[in-house]
Design a protein around this ligand. Sequence first.
Ligand code: DC
Length: 226
Amino acid sequence: MTSKTIPVITIDGPSGAGKGTIAQNVATALSFHILDSGSLYRLTALASQDDEIDLSDESAIAELALNLPVEFIPTDTGLQILLRDEDVTEAIRKEEIGMRASKIAALPKVRKSLLERQRSFSEEPGLVADGRDMGTTVFSDAPVKIFMTASAEERAERRYKQLKEKGINANIAALVKDLKSRDEQDANRAVSPLKPAEDAILLDTTEMSIEEVTQKVLDLAKQRLA
Ligand code: DC
């Protein structure tokens, strides 16, 4: 309902397509709010792991998701994320947490728990929301919807560089395998699977630089929000 009056730009796509970086750039350029919806699934994954809740206990995980005590604190270097007052900004980015997030994201009750929380990020003057189902489910009436892809090899390469910059060792072949298995899991679940909304604009970024993609999304937003 809110996205009719408050402009929302949705950016969906598979893991590692660069959605987060582009969402951040576009939000900064337009002074819009930002929702990294994947972080909510990752936070639920981490909290449920800490609480030793089994993945088969859908109701317990959904309950946890509904009451997740998280805080997003803007800093000069991006958002700092607190879970139960503990800084988990780095901890939720681990590959194993991404995988657990993808598994719990297939649970319908968990998705339901996180729905209103995600919608509450839509505030004046506007929102850039990235994830898997922003355009199809969470903000289905958003005026600007992008579905961003890149080849698995290119996405793995980008992730490899990111990890290397952080001094973390990685193996490209293993990264390609992880990305593909998470894509498959996300695209084949019954509820809100990874897929473009019917009115989404498809953007293959395999051959594009971050600057080119940011500009392209800003141009599309300008046209559609005019
Ligand atoms: O975008 P990400 O890699 O941080 O997301 C982690 C997992 O969370 C992803 O594999 C699937 C799930 N997810 C989802 O199902 N729906 C979203 N809107 C965002 C993430």
